[in-house]
Design a protein around this ligand. Sequence first.
Ligand code: PMV
Length: 337
Amino acid sequence: MKEEIIISAPGKITLFGEHAVVYGEPAIVASIDKRVYVSIKLRDDNLIKISALDLQIPGIALTFEEDGELTLETDYGRVVKAVSYIKKAIELTSNYIDSYKGAHITVRSTMPVGAGLGTSAAVAVATIKAYSLALGYELDNKEIAKIGYMTEKEVQGSASPMDTSIATHGGLLLINPKSEEIVSRLNIKIDLPLVIGYVVREGLTAQLVAYVKEMKNRMPFIIDPIIKTIGDIVRKAENAFYKNDLNEIGCLMNINHGLLDALGVSTKKLNDMVYAARSAGALGSKLTGAGGGGCIIALAPNKITEVSTAIKIVGGQVIETKLSYKGVEKEEDKKII
Ligand code: PMV
Protein backbone atom coordinates (compact mmCIF):
# COMPACT_ATOMS: atom_id res chain seq x y z
CA MET A 1 0.00 0.00 0.00
CA LYS A 2 1.31 3.44 -0.96
CA GLU A 3 1.43 5.96 1.87
CA GLU A 4 -1.28 8.61 1.88
CA ILE A 5 -0.06 12.10 2.75
CA ILE A 6 -2.54 14.72 3.89
CA ILE A 7 -1.61 18.38 3.98
CA SER A 8 -3.84 21.26 4.98
CA ALA A 9 -3.50 25.00 4.41
CA PRO A 10 -5.56 27.89 5.78
CA GLY A 11 -7.92 30.31 4.12
CA LYS A 12 -7.42 34.01 4.70
CA ILE A 13 -9.07 37.34 5.17
CA THR A 14 -7.62 40.69 4.24
CA LEU A 15 -8.04 42.80 7.37
CA PHE A 16 -6.81 46.02 5.81
CA GLY A 17 -5.43 47.40 2.58
CA GLU A 18 -6.87 45.45 -0.38
CA HIS A 19 -6.71 47.28 -3.72
CA ALA A 20 -4.30 49.92 -2.34
CA VAL A 21 -1.72 47.10 -2.02
CA VAL A 22 -1.77 46.85 -5.82
CA TYR A 23 -0.29 50.40 -5.88
CA GLY A 24 2.43 49.70 -3.34
CA GLU A 25 0.61 50.51 -0.10
CA PRO A 26 0.84 47.97 2.74
CA ALA A 27 -1.87 45.45 3.66
CA ILE A 28 -2.59 43.25 6.67
CA VAL A 29 -3.77 39.73 6.03
CA ALA A 30 -4.62 36.90 8.44
CA SER A 31 -5.11 33.17 8.19
CA ILE A 32 -8.40 31.76 9.48
CA ASP A 33 -9.46 28.47 11.01
CA LYS A 34 -11.09 27.28 7.77
CA ARG A 35 -8.79 25.06 5.76
CA VAL A 36 -8.43 23.06 2.59
CA TYR A 37 -7.15 19.49 2.78
CA VAL A 38 -5.15 17.87 0.01
CA SER A 39 -4.43 14.15 0.16
CA ILE A 40 -1.92 12.49 -2.16
CA LYS A 41 -1.24 8.85 -2.87
CA LEU A 42 1.38 8.00 -5.48
CA ARG A 43 0.26 5.71 -8.31
CA ASP A 44 2.09 3.01 -10.22
CA ASP A 45 1.46 4.77 -13.55
CA ASN A 46 2.06 8.34 -14.74
CA LEU A 47 -1.51 9.56 -14.41
CA ILE A 48 -2.55 12.42 -12.18
CA LYS A 49 -6.09 11.80 -10.95
CA ILE A 50 -7.82 14.63 -9.11
CA SER A 51 -10.98 14.27 -7.06
CA ALA A 52 -12.45 17.54 -5.90
CA LEU A 53 -15.21 15.92 -3.94
CA ASP A 54 -16.17 18.46 -1.34
CA LEU A 55 -15.61 22.00 -2.49
CA GLN A 56 -18.99 23.03 -1.08
CA ILE A 57 -20.47 22.92 -4.55
CA PRO A 58 -21.25 19.68 -6.38
CA GLY A 59 -18.01 17.82 -6.94
CA ILE A 60 -16.38 16.17 -9.90
CA ALA A 61 -13.56 13.79 -10.55
CA LEU A 62 -11.42 13.99 -13.64
CA THR A 63 -8.25 12.51 -15.02
CA PHE A 64 -5.64 13.91 -17.36
CA GLU A 65 -2.41 12.61 -18.81
CA GLU A 66 1.04 13.94 -18.02
CA ASP A 67 1.48 17.16 -20.07
CA GLY A 68 -2.19 16.86 -21.14
CA GLU A 69 -4.38 19.95 -21.24
CA LEU A 70 -7.38 20.22 -18.98
CA THR A 71 -10.27 21.14 -21.25
CA LEU A 72 -13.28 20.15 -19.22
CA GLU A 73 -16.16 22.65 -19.50
CA THR A 74 -18.93 22.23 -16.97
CA ASP A 75 -21.28 24.28 -14.85
CA TYR A 76 -18.84 23.70 -12.05
CA GLY A 77 -16.47 26.39 -13.26
CA ARG A 78 -15.14 27.18 -9.83
CA VAL A 79 -14.21 23.54 -9.22
CA VAL A 80 -12.47 23.38 -12.59
CA LYS A 81 -10.60 26.56 -11.65
CA ALA A 82 -9.47 25.00 -8.37
CA VAL A 83 -8.35 21.94 -10.33
CA SER A 84 -6.22 24.06 -12.66
CA TYR A 85 -4.29 25.36 -9.64
CA ILE A 86 -3.60 21.75 -8.62
CA LYS A 87 -2.44 20.82 -12.09
CA LYS A 88 -0.09 23.81 -12.33
CA ALA A 89 1.20 23.27 -8.77
CA ILE A 90 2.10 19.66 -9.64
CA GLU A 91 3.83 20.74 -12.85
CA LEU A 92 5.91 23.48 -11.19
CA THR A 93 6.79 21.33 -8.16
CA SER A 94 7.83 18.51 -10.44
CA ASN A 95 10.09 20.90 -12.42
CA TYR A 96 11.53 22.35 -9.20
CA ILE A 97 12.52 19.01 -7.67
CA ASP A 98 13.16 17.39 -11.04
CA SER A 99 11.04 14.33 -10.30
CA TYR A 100 7.66 13.12 -11.53
CA LYS A 101 5.27 10.32 -10.59
CA GLY A 102 1.57 9.78 -11.11
CA ALA A 103 -0.63 10.47 -8.10
CA HIS A 104 -4.20 10.41 -6.91
CA ILE A 105 -5.07 13.74 -5.32
CA THR A 106 -8.18 14.43 -3.30
CA VAL A 107 -9.15 17.94 -2.24
CA ARG A 108 -11.59 18.99 0.42
CA SER A 109 -12.49 22.43 1.70
CA THR A 110 -14.25 23.67 4.82
CA MET A 111 -14.98 27.03 3.18
CA PRO A 112 -16.73 28.11 -0.01
CA VAL A 113 -14.56 28.26 -3.11
CA GLY A 114 -14.16 31.49 -5.12
CA ALA A 115 -15.50 33.67 -2.32
CA GLY A 116 -12.31 35.68 -1.72
CA LEU A 117 -11.12 33.52 1.19
CA GLY A 118 -7.96 32.42 -0.59
CA THR A 119 -8.97 28.85 -1.44
CA SER A 120 -7.01 28.82 -4.70
CA ALA A 121 -3.79 29.77 -2.96
CA ALA A 122 -4.44 27.29 -0.14
CA VAL A 123 -5.07 24.47 -2.64
CA ALA A 124 -1.88 25.34 -4.56
CA VAL A 125 0.30 25.54 -1.45
CA ALA A 126 -1.06 22.33 0.10
CA THR A 127 -0.60 20.50 -3.21
CA ILE A 128 3.04 21.64 -3.50
CA LYS A 129 3.88 20.41 0.01
CA ALA A 130 1.95 17.15 -0.39
CA TYR A 131 3.36 16.24 -3.80
CA SER A 132 6.97 17.09 -2.89
CA LEU A 133 6.72 15.08 0.36
CA ALA A 134 5.19 12.15 -1.53
CA LEU A 135 8.24 12.20 -3.81
CA GLY A 136 10.57 12.31 -0.80
CA TYR A 137 11.52 16.01 -0.83
CA GLU A 138 11.08 18.30 2.14
CA LEU A 139 10.74 21.84 0.78
CA ASP A 140 10.96 24.68 3.28
CA ASN A 141 8.17 27.24 3.58
CA LYS A 142 10.07 29.85 1.58
CA GLU A 143 10.33 27.43 -1.35
CA ILE A 144 6.66 26.42 -1.03
CA ALA A 145 5.52 30.07 -0.97
CA LYS A 146 7.66 30.81 -4.02
CA ILE A 147 6.27 27.91 -6.08
CA GLY A 148 2.79 28.83 -4.82
CA TYR A 149 3.20 32.40 -6.04
CA MET A 150 4.44 31.16 -9.44
CA THR A 151 1.41 28.84 -9.63
CA GLU A 152 -1.05 31.68 -8.99
CA LYS A 153 0.72 33.97 -11.44
CA GLU A 154 0.67 31.35 -14.20
CA VAL A 155 -2.97 30.37 -13.69
CA GLN A 156 -4.32 33.91 -13.20
CA GLY A 157 -1.96 35.93 -15.38
CA SER A 158 -1.15 38.25 -12.46
CA ALA A 159 -1.15 37.92 -8.68
CA SER A 160 0.32 39.50 -5.58
CA PRO A 161 2.27 37.25 -3.19
CA MET A 162 -0.31 38.00 -0.47
CA ASP A 163 -2.52 34.90 -0.67
CA THR A 164 0.17 32.27 -1.19
CA SER A 165 2.33 33.81 1.58
CA ILE A 166 -0.49 33.65 4.11
CA ALA A 167 -1.52 30.13 3.04
CA THR A 168 2.09 28.99 3.58
CA HIS A 169 3.17 30.83 6.71
CA GLY A 170 -0.18 31.45 8.43
CA GLY A 171 -0.66 34.03 11.18
CA LEU A 172 -0.95 37.75 10.82
CA LEU A 173 1.19 39.16 8.03
CA LEU A 174 2.08 42.64 6.93
CA ILE A 175 2.51 42.87 3.18
CA ASN A 176 4.71 45.78 2.27
CA PRO A 177 5.32 45.82 -1.48
CA LYS A 178 7.71 48.78 -1.28
CA SER A 179 9.94 47.32 1.42
CA GLU A 180 12.86 44.99 0.85
CA GLU A 181 11.14 42.39 2.98
CA ILE A 182 7.75 42.29 1.27
CA VAL A 183 6.19 39.83 3.71
CA SER A 184 6.75 40.17 7.46
CA ARG A 185 5.01 38.74 10.48
CA LEU A 186 3.15 40.88 13.02
CA ASN A 187 4.55 39.17 16.07
CA ILE A 188 1.50 39.33 18.28
CA LYS A 189 -1.22 36.96 19.36
CA ILE A 190 -4.56 38.68 19.30
CA ASP A 191 -7.99 37.18 19.64
CA LEU A 192 -10.18 38.66 16.92
CA PRO A 193 -13.73 37.32 17.25
CA LEU A 194 -14.89 37.64 13.67
CA VAL A 195 -17.97 36.86 11.68
CA ILE A 196 -17.71 36.48 7.93
CA GLY A 197 -20.78 37.31 5.86
CA TYR A 198 -20.90 35.90 2.37
CA VAL A 199 -22.95 36.62 -0.74
CA VAL A 200 -22.30 35.19 -4.18
CA ARG A 201 -19.71 37.17 -6.05
CA GLU A 202 -20.78 39.14 -9.12
CA GLY A 203 -17.37 40.48 -10.18
CA LEU A 204 -14.03 38.77 -10.66
CA THR A 205 -10.93 40.03 -8.86
CA ALA A 206 -9.30 40.94 -12.19
CA GLN A 207 -12.34 43.03 -13.27
CA LEU A 208 -12.43 44.91 -9.97
CA VAL A 209 -8.70 45.59 -10.04
CA ALA A 210 -9.10 46.87 -13.63
CA TYR A 211 -12.00 49.11 -12.59
CA VAL A 212 -9.95 50.79 -9.86
CA LYS A 213 -7.09 51.23 -12.31
CA GLU A 214 -9.40 52.93 -14.81
CA MET A 215 -10.76 55.28 -12.13
CA LYS A 216 -7.22 56.06 -11.03
CA ASN A 217 -6.22 56.91 -14.59
CA ARG A 218 -9.36 58.97 -15.17
CA MET A 219 -9.19 61.06 -11.97
CA PRO A 220 -5.85 60.56 -10.24
CA PHE A 221 -6.24 63.71 -8.13
CA ILE A 222 -9.24 62.05 -6.40
CA ILE A 223 -8.29 58.35 -6.40
CA ASP A 224 -4.59 58.70 -5.46
CA PRO A 225 -5.34 60.35 -2.10
CA ILE A 226 -7.89 57.58 -1.33
CA ILE A 227 -5.27 54.93 -2.01
CA LYS A 228 -2.70 56.79 0.07
CA THR A 229 -5.21 57.12 2.94
CA ILE A 230 -5.88 53.38 2.86
CA GLY A 231 -2.11 52.94 3.29
CA ASP A 232 -2.23 55.31 6.30
CA ILE A 233 -5.08 53.24 7.77
CA VAL A 234 -2.94 50.11 7.50
CA ARG A 235 0.00 51.81 9.23
CA LYS A 236 -2.31 53.01 12.01
CA ALA A 237 -3.93 49.56 12.26
CA GLU A 238 -0.52 47.94 12.70
CA ASN A 239 -0.09 50.04 15.89
CA ALA A 240 -3.59 49.18 17.04
CA PHE A 241 -2.78 45.46 16.70
CA TYR A 242 0.35 45.89 18.84
CA LYS A 243 -1.75 47.76 21.45
CA ASN A 244 -4.45 45.06 21.29
CA ASP A 245 -6.94 47.89 20.82
CA LEU A 246 -10.05 46.28 19.34
CA ASN A 247 -12.05 49.53 19.37
CA GLU A 248 -9.42 51.26 17.27
CA ILE A 249 -9.16 48.28 14.91
CA GLY A 250 -12.95 48.32 14.46
CA CYS A 251 -13.00 52.06 13.81
CA LEU A 252 -10.25 51.71 11.18
CA MET A 253 -12.13 48.85 9.53
CA ASN A 254 -15.14 51.15 9.12
CA ILE A 255 -13.05 53.91 7.54
CA ASN A 256 -11.33 51.38 5.25
CA HIS A 257 -14.72 50.11 4.10
CA GLY A 258 -15.93 53.65 3.36
CA LEU A 259 -12.91 54.21 1.13
CA LEU A 260 -13.35 50.88 -0.67
CA ASP A 261 -16.96 51.89 -1.30
CA ALA A 262 -15.69 55.22 -2.63
CA LEU A 263 -13.40 53.31 -5.01
CA GLY A 264 -16.54 51.59 -6.34
CA VAL A 265 -15.77 47.99 -5.38
CA SER A 266 -18.53 47.47 -2.82
CA THR A 267 -22.07 46.43 -3.70
CA LYS A 268 -25.46 47.02 -2.12
CA LYS A 269 -25.47 43.48 -0.70
CA LEU A 270 -22.03 43.92 0.82
CA ASN A 271 -23.03 47.30 2.27
CA ASP A 272 -26.25 45.82 3.68
CA MET A 273 -24.19 43.18 5.53
CA VAL A 274 -21.61 45.75 6.67
CA TYR A 275 -24.26 48.05 8.16
CA ALA A 276 -26.39 45.22 9.59
CA ALA A 277 -23.30 43.96 11.44
CA ARG A 278 -22.57 47.39 12.88
CA SER A 279 -26.22 47.88 13.96
CA ALA A 280 -26.04 44.53 15.76
CA GLY A 281 -23.04 45.67 17.80
CA ALA A 282 -19.93 44.90 15.73
CA LEU A 283 -17.00 47.16 16.59
CA GLY A 284 -16.22 47.42 12.91
CA SER A 285 -17.01 45.82 9.58
CA LYS A 286 -15.73 46.00 6.04
CA LEU A 287 -15.66 44.10 2.80
CA THR A 288 -12.67 41.79 2.50
CA GLY A 289 -10.91 40.93 -0.73
CA ALA A 290 -11.59 42.40 -4.12
CA GLY A 291 -15.33 43.14 -3.55
CA GLY A 292 -18.09 42.94 -6.16
CA GLY A 293 -19.84 40.53 -3.77
CA GLY A 294 -18.03 37.86 -1.80
CA CYS A 295 -17.25 38.43 1.84
CA ILE A 296 -17.40 41.01 4.57
CA ILE A 297 -15.77 40.70 7.97
CA ALA A 298 -17.23 42.00 11.20
CA LEU A 299 -15.28 42.35 14.44
CA ALA A 300 -17.82 41.26 17.02
CA PRO A 301 -16.50 40.50 20.52
CA ASN A 302 -19.39 39.14 22.65
CA LYS A 303 -21.80 39.80 19.77
CA ILE A 304 -21.19 36.83 17.50
CA THR A 305 -24.80 35.59 17.65
CA GLU A 306 -26.37 39.03 17.21
CA VAL A 307 -24.12 39.94 14.28
CA SER A 308 -24.61 36.54 12.62
CA THR A 309 -28.39 36.91 12.84
CA ALA A 310 -28.27 40.45 11.43
CA ILE A 311 -26.20 39.29 8.44
CA LYS A 312 -28.64 36.43 7.75
CA ILE A 313 -31.62 38.81 7.93
CA VAL A 314 -30.20 40.90 5.09
CA GLY A 315 -29.60 37.79 2.97
CA GLY A 316 -25.98 36.85 3.75
CA GLN A 317 -24.59 33.45 4.65
CA VAL A 318 -22.59 33.33 7.84
CA ILE A 319 -19.20 31.75 8.31
CA GLU A 320 -18.10 31.98 11.94
CA THR A 321 -14.37 32.07 12.14
CA LYS A 322 -11.35 32.89 14.24
CA LEU A 323 -7.83 33.74 13.28
CA SER A 324 -5.62 30.70 13.23
CA TYR A 325 -1.87 30.87 13.36
CA LYS A 326 -1.33 27.56 11.56
CA GLY A 327 0.17 27.73 8.09
CA VAL A 328 0.56 24.80 5.71
CA GLU A 329 0.87 21.61 7.76
CA LYS A 330 1.00 17.86 7.53
CA GLU A 331 -2.11 16.29 9.05
CA GLU A 332 -1.49 13.18 11.05
CA ASP A 333 -5.19 12.36 11.42
CA LYS A 334 -5.98 10.20 8.39
CA LYS A 335 -9.73 10.47 9.03
CA ILE A 336 -9.94 14.06 7.76
CA ILE A 337 -10.55 12.92 4.19
O1 PMV B 1 -10.72 38.80 -3.49
P1 PMV B 1 -9.31 38.39 -3.51
O2 PMV B 1 -8.91 37.47 -2.41
O3 PMV B 1 -8.88 37.90 -4.85
O4 PMV B 1 -8.45 39.71 -3.16
C1 PMV B 1 -7.80 40.50 -4.07
C2 PMV B 1 -7.02 41.56 -3.37
C3 PMV B 1 -6.65 42.76 -4.26
O5 PMV B 1 -5.92 43.65 -3.45
C4 PMV B 1 -7.89 43.45 -4.78
C5 PMV B 1 -5.80 42.32 -5.46
C6 PMV B 1 -4.38 41.84 -5.12
O6 PMV B 1 -3.79 41.12 -5.98
O7 PMV B 1 -3.84 42.20 -4.07
